[in-house]
Design a protein. Sequence first.
Length: 186
Amino acid sequence: MEKVASDRIEQRVRSAFPEGAIARVQVLQYGDDPEVEPGQTAMRVFFDWPGRSDGKKADPKTVHAFVVANSAALDVLRDELPRAIRWVEFRPERPAGAASPHGLSYRITDRGQRAAAQDDVPEDFTPVMTRLSAADLATLDTLITAGIVNSRAEGVLWAVGRLREHPAYNRLQQQIHESDELRTQF
């Protein structure tokens, strides 16, 4: 994303909130954060909060208070941010010199887009969460960049399908079946 577009989006975010509520904004592109996939843009917004200047630590109540106080602004952002923005994460700005409170955040992910209807998702699909190494992410991102898949989730599905087509997989399944039959005999 070009700097001009990035600055315009940052200004749009800042203008949705009361003066001084937003401490800083990071516009993230592929390579800036492991969660940002090729061709995507995301934002991390750090908000000011009561007690930060006194050196207090943020906690879940800090995030909750921000979300409640700014629910109208968050709704506007959800509906009006460009579709190029995959997600926007709001985190409490940390006091100077303090470690960032990892995990304390509120995230907008749908930006007004229609969520997949239950009818759109095959009944036999099961959601799975996994953690991947940098090399594994690079492999999935190569599949996206090459146009073979559209997302990391689709890339994992594609790779599992390729494994299932391998003749050794059929042999492995047969060995497991035979092993199960032996167990039932005991």
